[in-house]
Each structure stands twice: as C-alpha cells, then as structure tokens.
Design a binder for this molecule. Structure first.
Ligand code: BGC
Length: 350
C-alpha cells in the first residue's frame, strides 16, 4: 500500500486543492481530495483485472463546487439530505438552517462539501481529513469537529469512518455523495446496473421530496429492490414518492438497524462483472440516480459527459429530516463524546 500527494488544481481564484492517492498491491487506487474530503476517482478491476474509474466526477476542482453538479464524491455535513423549512427544534431551541433549495435545507447548506478540509493524518493505507465548524455555523449548535478517515485495502474495500466531536449536544448526519458507475464509462447510463437494497420500507415523501413522516412498504411497488434487478426496469413508473422524469431519489429504511455494520445494498454491472457491496451501521440509504442532473452538461472526466442518470449514489444516512420527524430512528451527538459511524464500499468482480 502507498499514499502519494499531488496538486489537483485551484478553487476560488487560487486556493490549492490537493489529492492523496491510496494505491493497493494490485494497482487499484482511490484519489481523495481536500475539497469536501471527496472521492475524486476510484479505480478498481473488472473480471479480467482491467482497472477503470467507477465514480463520476470532473478533471477540474472548480466544477465540484457547483451545487447544480450534484455534490459528486463529496462528503456532506453537518446534516445530509433535507431539513423541512430550514429549521428544527433541538435542546429546547429552534435552529434555522440555510434554505439553499426551495423552502428547505439540502445537505446542510453545502458548506462541508464545497470547502477545503485539513489533512490530519496520512498512513500507509489511509488519509484522515477534518473540518471545524464553529457554534452556530449555518444554524447548527455547538463547536463541531468532523473527521473523515478513508482506508483503502488490498482487497478493494473503501472504509469511511466519520467521527464527530462537539462541545454541546448536537445533531449530525454525515454521508458521502459518490455516484457509482461500475462499467467504468461515466457516459453510460446506470439504468442497466443491477441493484439489491436490504430494505422492506422507505420514507414517504411529498411533492418537494420532503418526508411526510410516514414509513411505507416497498412490496408491490417500483421501490422494491429486495430481490436484485435492473435499476431501469421500473424507474419511469408513475409513483407518489417519485417526481415524474426524475426516477429514484428516495430514502430506504435498512433492515435490522441496531447500530452495527450490516449489508445495505449490492450494485453490479454485467459486462465488466464489477460488484459493489455497501455496508453501514446507519439506518438509511438514499438511492439517487442523478435524475436531477441536467441532460446537456458538457463536463465530466476526459471525454465522457456527466449527465442525467449516469451514476447511482448510495448515500448511507439517518433518514432525511429526522430532526423534525420524531418517529425516525435517531442518535444524537452528546457534548464532548465522540460520535462515530462507519460505511464500507466493498468492490469485487465476478
Ligand atoms: C438528494 C437529491 C439531490 C442530490 C444532489 C441527493 O441526496 O436526495 O435530491 O439532487 O443529492 O444534491
């Protein structure tokens, strides 16, 4: 295993963005950037041992900072996904968070994703990033420090450990927003990937994709991925929790939530034979297939254009808007006590 540092480019007219490449004994590697503690590329073998990049993204750092480009590969904090009306009550106080989309907060307002993180530690097979967020930043309580440790192994497991420490009781919902396309061709649709999600229920959403608080069964609906099948099979069916033309952008309630690591999902692509298994200790998983990405973008990596439905984001998380939906499973951050959550992306080929 080895880790190498290089310069990726610049944002905000001159701030350098660094990349740390963690390479395993077979030459597979992940490139991690200081911008949003993000995954810039992830090259893993197909069934013939041929390496290809399986995450969407860009060759220039500036593109990552445009929220319309979908938070590609970036860490999201302090609270992933939506907060209804940009406000919640916690610790007896009302907290107001940025309404950076419609009338709600998306991805904590975006600050964690679109800024540069510190590098705390580099080992043979890992890099730890951190970001400090002062009390009240974007409306969230407490002086808050978040660390994200990425470890990449010889058998192509990318382990992401999020650790939060805060001087007050607070809320946290970190995730990573990588979009996977296992074919290695980011201009190929993700609709022909096969997906299984270990979930019998999903959180119902309204016309703004905000949770209603209801938990509904997947059985008998297009939401059902309990048995593996192609993402495209039912993606365009009319369904209440889907916005017409967008396709999947929904939170699944993973089976057996008890704070321990368990298998959440499996994504595979026939031609390459690549497979990705997702493990997490969190209760939810957002399946988002890039349906909001514009159909006519002209940027991506190399010649391939990152556009509509080119990748599947499998965002492990607490359910969206848990801060307002008291019936959703929650685990808040206690003052001066480390709060830790782990997600693993395990790659293989068959
Ligand atoms: C959200 C989408 C959003 C995307 C990119 C997902 O987590 O659910 O609605 O478009 O992130 O920001």
């Amino acid at each position: 295993m080895s880790v190498e540092k290089s310069l990726f480019g610049y944002i905000d007219g001159g701030k350098p963005v660094d990349i740390y490449t963690v390479t395993n004994k077979n030459g597979a590697y992940v490139k991690l950037m200081t911008l949003g503690a993000g995954i810039q590329s992830l090259c893993v073998p197909d069934r013939n041992g041929v390496l290809a990049d399986v995450v969407l993204g860009f060759d220039e750092p500036e593109y990552y900072t445009n929220p319309d480009y979908g938070y590609q590969g970036l860490v999201v904090g302090r609270w992933a996904n939506r907060i209804r009306d940009g406000r919640f009550t916690f610790g007896g106080k009302v907290h107001y968070t940025p309404r950076n989309q419609g009338t709600w907060t998306l991805h904590g307002g975006g600050r964690f994703s679109f800024t540069l993180w510190e590098v705390d530690e580099v080992g043979d097979d890992y890099v730890t990033f951190s970001r400090f967020s002062p009390d009240g930043e974007d409306g969230f309580p407490g002086n808050f420090n978040m660390k994200v440790k990425y470890t990449f192994t010889d058998d192509c497991v990318l382990r992401i450990e999020y650790t939060v420490l805060c001087d007050e009781n607070t809320v946290a919902n970190p995730t990573n927003h990588a979009y996977f396309n296992l074919s290695g061709d980011s201009s190929a649709t993700v609709e022909n990937h096969t997906l299984m999600i270990n979930a019998d229920y999903f959180t119902e959403t309204d016309g703004d994709q905000l949770p209603t608080g209801e938990i509904c069964e997947v059985k008998g609906t297009m939401m059902d991925f309990t048995t593996p099948h192609k993402i495209g099979d039912r993606i365009d069916e009319p369904f209440d929790a889907i916005i017409e033309g967008i396709g999947y952008d929904n939170n699944y309630c993973l089976r057996g939530y008890n704070g321990e690591m368990r298998k959440a999902a499996e994504l595979s692509e026939e031609k390459s034979g690549r497979r990705l298994e997702v493990y997490t200790d969190l209760p939810g998983l957002q399946l988002y297939c890039g349906g909001w990405l514009s159909k006519d973008y002209t940027v991506g990596k190399g010649d391939s254009l990152v556009t509509y439905r080119r990748g599947a984001a499998l965002e492990t998380q607490f359910y969206p808007d848990t801060v307002n939906c008291k019936n959703f499973p929650s685990r808040y951050v206690k003052a001066n006590e480390e709060f830790k959550t782990v997600t693993e992306f395990r790659f293989s080929a068959e």
